[in-house]
Every structure is written in structure tokens, then in C-alpha cells.
Write a protein that binds this ligand. Structure first.
Ligand code: SAM
Length: 280
């Protein structure tokens, strides 16, 4: 059924969760219409221009970012955001909550609120936004189809047992919180980056080049692409928007027995190597 974004649903309460991307130019037309049609807009945006733009689209905009400045732990900040979303929808309002990037990627408040409201019978919809990894693919020229791509939250990657596939790309989110176990701070734990470097050196050579990546959040700025050896990661300058990209360090080998399942051998797929070649 087609969505009618121009009709204000003033009686029953509904939630739309939208993403505004990382940059003011990333806002989709669909998200823009929903912001205009909502009774209340709740917002966590990465830059003043996006905030200004969203306020111009709908004057009844409330900044959820205020919960960051109230001395709460990180989980409590996200709970407070979720509670505010739930409160307004339960009052019968049509609420559009706008998060930077994709609103369902590494955002717990939207999931918490969406789950509770769905269980209570309110309509909940999520629209995608341009996320940090989408920007990374563009700025670093990475196509996850080439090698495959693993994606983890940095501290969870560090502290849980994983089979790292060094023939695939690896993206680590929240690098700037690596090892910060208390959930109270917005900086890496004291030994976090050194421990991460040590762990990665179990799967990659010490001199393997990795990239500290930051997508621009304002027009006219270039992305941060700081390449360095794994051994230089510990003292690196990172912040809350830094993402780590670790390229593959070897080619995967074919599984001969699985080729045999299809009645094939390596000669049958040799032409895969020519797939992206072009003669001009
Ligand atoms: C809480 S997550 C939010 C992600 C966001 N919802 C998205 O879709 O990109 C924050 C993490 O996203 C990544 N991130 C956010 N902004 C970024 C930027 N401008 N450049 C690179 N990575 C960014 C970083 O890894 C950061 O620690």
C-alpha cells in the first residue's frame, strides 16, 4: 500500500525512524517528506547544518542530543532517548525520529523504542539512511563484493572470540571507544588501541596498512583517510566518529571439494579473474 506522507495522523500515534546521512546533502526526499508531515520530530544529527535544515522543515523539532550532556552513562542516554520517543507516540502523536547515518545501524534507542511500540500495537516504520560504511565504500574505493567484508563494533571484536578472515575486508566501528568497558566515557579505554593492535597482529602482518577513516560531515571538506601500519595504531589520534578499515592481506583459496559438489574444478572458474577487466 502506498504511504501518504502528507496526511497528519493526529489520533493514534505512530513512529517513523529515519536516517539523515552524515552530511546535509545525504537527506533523501522520502525522509524530508516524513519530517514535514510529522507532528513532532526528534533528532540526533551530526552537524549544525543538518539540524538547521530539519528545523526549517518542521519547527516542532526536539533535539535528543541533550541527553548526552546530562551526565548519564551511555546505556542510560539511549534508554532516556527511547523513553522520550515512546512517551510522545503513546500520547497519540505521529513522531519522526531522525538519526544521523542509518537509523538502525549501531543505534540502540530506535530499536528499543520501536520494539516496545510495535508490541503495543503502534505502527513503526524504519527508512534507511546513508551510513558511515556506505561513505567508506565510496571514499576508499572498496566494493564489499570483491573480498567480502566483516563488520564489528571495535570493543566487542576485541573482547569476544572471533575467527578473523584475513582474506576479507574488516571494518571496526566505534574505534574511538575501543576498550572503554565502563560505558561511562566517550574515549578509548587506556590500553584499548594497543590491545586491538596486538589482537589484529595475530591475523595480519605487523606492517599491514590500515586506515583511520572519517567521512566529512560538512560540505566542502575531505574525508580523513590516515593510513598507517598496524603497529602504529596504539598511539593514533582517534575520536567518536573514527572507523577503522583493515584491508584483506591475502587471497582466499577455493574449496576444491565444494567445486566438486557442482561438478567443477578451478579451470572452470578461471574467467572470474577477468570479470572486471576492460580494454579501452
Ligand atoms: C553509534 S555509531 C552510529 C552509526 C550511524 N548510525 C551510521 O549509520 O553511520 C557511531 C560510529 O559510526 C561511525 N561513524 C559515525 N560518523 C562517522 C563519520 N563521519 N565517519 C566515519 N565513521 C563514522 C564510527 O565508527 C562511530 O564510532
Amino acid at each position: 500500500m502506498a504511504r501518504d506522507y502528507n496526511v497528519k495522523d493526529t489520533h493514534n500515534g505512530r513512529l517513523t525512524i529515519a536516517g539523515c546521512g552524515l552530511h546535509p546533502g545525504h537527506m533523501t526526499l522520502e525522509t524530508q517528506s516524513l519530517i514535514e508531515a510529522a507532528e513532532t520530530v526528534l533528532l540526533v544529527a551530526p552537524n549544525p547544518l543538518s539540524i538547521q535544515h530539519i528545523r526549517q522543515l518542521n519547527a516542532n523539532t526536539e533535539h535528543l542530543g541533550r541527553f548526552y550532556n546530562m551526565g548519564y552513562s551511555r546505556p542510560e542516554i539511549y534508554r532516556q532517548m527511547a523513553l522520550r520517543i515512546i512517551e510522545l507516540v503513546q500520547q497519540g502523536q505521529s513522531v519522526c525520529v531522525v538519526f544521523y547515518g542509518h537509523p538502525g545501524v549501531f543505534v540502540s534507542s530506535t530499536r528499543m523504542a520501536g520494539r516496545v511500540l510495535s508490541e503495543r500495537g503502534y505502527p513503526v516504520t524504519m527508512l534507511p539512511g546513508i551510513s558511515a560504511d556506505a561513505c567508506l565504500y565510496a571514499d576508499l574505493g572498496l566494493d564489499p563484493a570483491d573480498t567480502g567484508c566483516q563488520s564489528y563494533e571495535s570493543t566487542r571484536f576485541l573482547l569476544t572470540r572471533r575467527d578473523v578472515d584475513n582474506s576479507a575486508a574488516l571494518i571496526l566501528w566505534q574505534l574511538g571507544l575501543t576498550g572503554e568497558h565502563s560505558m561511562d566515557k566517550f574515549e578509548p579505554g587506556k590500553k584499548g588501541l594497543a590491545a586491538l593492535s596486538r589482537l589484529l597482529q595475530q591475523s595480519y602482518p605487523p606492517e599491514h596498512q590500515v586506515c583511520l577513516y572519517e567521512a566529512p560531515t560538512l560540505p566542502g571538506f575531505e574525508p580523513r583517510k590516515d593510513w598507517m601500519a598496524l603497529t602504529d595504531l596504539a598511539p593514533a589520534d582517534v575520536n567518536t566518529i573514527t572507523t577503522l578499515y583493515v584491508p584483506a592481506c591475502q587471497e582466499p583459496s577455493f574449496a576444491a571439494e565444494r567445486l566438486a559438489w557442482l561438478g567443477l574444478n578451478e579451470d572452470d572458474i578461471r574467467h572470474w579473474d577477468e570479470y572486471e577487466e576492460i580494454e579501452v
